[in-house]
Design a protein around this ligand. Structure first.
Ligand code: GTP
Ligand code: SPV
Ligand code: MN
Length: 600
């Protein structure tokens, strides 16, 4: 026993002996005995607590104050230059059986992983404060929400979790009521890439992360809990935890349809979630409402439809490319009370990134060095803003609804420079699951490693599914029951390129044209052409008023390349086979049905 473990402060006010917080108190005591912090702080999520944390971080250089006139309440954080993105090669799913983690995950035996992590944690918080962060993923009163507690030695993580989750006293009260919570232990360690691991123990509802202070590696409520642990939990409880944005599209008649869309990291979820309609649509009365920009938890309601909540309370969005032209809602959202990570700064302390296009120039780059264009961009390509969703002008009031929103359409999409048309619709649910399972995309800066490499990223969950993809696809297929009123499934590609290497589709606000067609299909009103890969719109099925497309763009965005798709389906068949006999036969049959149609 050491001194700390004897007088570990218990959960304030609620932690009386015999309460349902006993397990939490005991875990905190065990962690303190292992990590040996100088102090323990239970976070209540209050403004005063946050203000004190910010003061401390300004004093030690963790944060820099930005221009109070232009960006009130906003700060810059520079992460360690070797710690700027998720690390998929160091991320593990530690199930008892390796087959349960599947070929889609790195696996380690739970006992080995615990031993490895606990060795790293030994004494790692000496001289530091251990923060206990109770949080709730989802509206605090929603039956779809789930709670967790993150223990961390990073005040930056505390400040981010306060924005990204419902953190503090109300979450602790819910944990006391329910008893159950996901345990996440995080230490930045020495930020040494050689001593960095992100471990998940879905069977124990436990996460252990060491050596990184960045994004999805460190804000454990996000990818670790809300996707890897939650997807595993969702499978046994009959729901879905997905890497999807959720938006509402209100037509001029005042009818709102909700759409959930899965695009891989840095492939346009935040942008689509905050879409501003083109002028003609605005004049006609169309509105778009943001429910979530990254994660979606869905379950069937009593009427058989899927109902979705956004488990997050804030946005951890990609900064580069965000401008008053591309995403005015995001830009308005981040004018105040925002934490910027790894962006550049101007002479008068305003945040700056490539594509901001506000006429200013950076003087300092994301590393804190004088900006020199010859040495790379001012902002890191994966630089981010952390901001409360409530600050977003298009934030939907339904986002706080405990019952969630009914989903009319599910959209899959990736970055595909060639082959894949602007949009197509799956014939039915099984085909839709195959469309999701076969998704491919070029890699981006959101994870370390090469950028622009085509890889299969089923349902944008390759880095985030907490169990075997074959079982995951079976789980998706299982939603198709007699009572089900399932959404229609679509695939989009905003990133098709022409021979000149430029994007053929204007994207951003104009993506509403594609969403309108989808809703038309849901309502049985919009036309389409049947092909072996699904239903494609003819250019005349979309409202393209005010958009000028070249002949090449028309052909490639709305065309169907028979030979190209035959080759693609051979590759998809090979991909499904990588999962062996666990891959559901229904999905293999579907792949073969389409491959056969393409061969005709
Ligand atoms: P994560 O937060 O990593 O999950 O990313 P995300 O999916 O939310 O991606 P985000 O919306 O931040 O977009 C990433 C990049 O894609 C930015 O550089 C955007 O400018 C770009 N982008 C988004 N939508 C479009 C589009 O419709 N067309 C084109 N060409 N680029 C887009
Ligand atoms: C992603 O990579 O999909 C993100 C950023 O949303 S992170 O939180 O780092 O996972
Ligand atoms: Mn994401």
């Amino acid at each position: 026993m050491n001194a700390i473990s004897k007088d570990v402060p218990t959960a304030p006010a609620l932690g009386s002996a015999g309460s349902r917080l006993a397990a939490l108190n005991e875990w905190v005591a065990q962690v303190a005995a292992l990590t040996r912090p100088d102090r323990i702080q239970w976070c209540d999520g209050s403004d005063a607590e946050n203000a004190a944390l910010i003061e401390r971080m300004l004093a030690d250089g963790t944060l820099e104050k930005l221009n109070e006139q232009t960006h009130p309440g906003s700060y810059l954080h520079r992460s360690h230059p070797d710690d700027v993105a998720r690390v998929e090669h160091l991320t593990f799913v530690c199930t008892r059986s390796p087959e349960d983690a599947g070929p889609n995950n790195h696996w380690m035996a739970p006992a080995e992983a615990h031993a490895k992590m606990d060795a790293l944690y030994a004494g790692c918080m000496r001289g530091r404060t251990l923060y206990v962060i109770p949080y709730c993923m989802g509206p605090i009163d929603s039956p779809l929400s789930r709670c967790g507690v993150e223990i961390t030695d990073s005040p930056y993580v505390v400040a981010n979790m306060r924005i990204m989750t419902r953190m503090g006293a109300p979450a602790l009260a819910r944990i006391e009521r329910e008893g159950a919570f996901v345990r996440g232990l995080h230490s930045i360690g020495e930020l040494d890439p050689e001593r960095r691991f992100i471990m998940h123990f879905p069977e124990e509802l436990t996460i252990k992360s060491f050596g990184s202070g960045y994004g999805g590696n460190a804000l454990l409520g996000k990818k670790c809990h809300a996707l890897r642990i939650a997807s595993h939990q969702a499978r046994s409880e009959g729901w879905l935890a997905e890497h999807m944005l959720i938006l509402g599209i209100e037509n001029p008649q005042g009818e709102t349809h909700y759409v959930a869309a899965a695009f891989p990291s840095a492939c346009g979820k935040t942008n689509l979630a905050m879409l501003i309609p083109p002028q003609g649509y605005r004049d006609a009365g169309w509105k778009v409402w943001t429910v979530g920009d990254d994660i979606c938890w869905m379950r069937p309601g009593a009427d058989g439809r899927l109902y979705a909540i956004n488990p997050e309370a804030g946005f951890f969005g990609v900064a580069p490319g965000t401008s008053s032209k591309s995403n005015p809602n995001a830009l308005a959202t981040i004018q105040h009370d925002t934490i910027f990570t790894n962006v550049g700064v101007t002479a008068d302390s305003q945040p700056w990134w490539e594509g901001l296009d506000n006429g200013q120039t950076p003087v300092t780059d994301w590393r804190g060095n004088p900006y020199d264009p010859a040495k790379g961009p001012a902002a890191h390509p994966n630089s981010r803003f952390t901001v409360s969703a409530k600050q977003c002008p298009s934030y939907s009031d339904k986002a706080e609804d405990a019952q969630g929103v009914p989903i009319s359409a599910i959209v899959f999409g990736g970055r595909r420079a060639s082959l894949v048309p602007l949009v197509f619709e799956a014939r039915d649910w099984t085909h839709g699951v195959l469309v999701g399972a076969a998704m491919g995309s070029e890699t981006t800066a959101a994870a370390t490693g090469a950028v622009g490499v085509m890889r299969r990223d089923p349902m944008a969950m390759k880095p985030f599914c907490g169990y075997n993809f074959a079982d995951y696809f079976s789980h998706w297929l299982s939603f198709d029951g007699a009572q089900a009123q399932l959404p229609k499934v679509f695939h989009v590609n905003w990133f098709r390129k022409g021979d000149d290497g430029k994007f053929l589709w204007p994207g951003f606000g104009d993506n509403l044209r594609v969403l309108e067609w989808m809703i038309g299909r849901v309502k049985g009103e919009a036309g389409a052409v049947e092909t072996p890969i699904g239903h494609l719109p003819a250019p005349t099925d979309l409202n393209l008023d005010g958009v000028s497309l070249s002949d090449e763009a028309q052909a490639k965005l709305f065309g169907f390349d028979h030979a190209g798709w035959s080759a693609e389906f051979a590759s998809i068949g090979g991909y499904l086979d990588e999962y062996g006999p666990r891959m559901p036969q229904a999905l293999k049959d579907e792949q073969q049905r389409i491959a056969a149609a393409l061969a005709r």
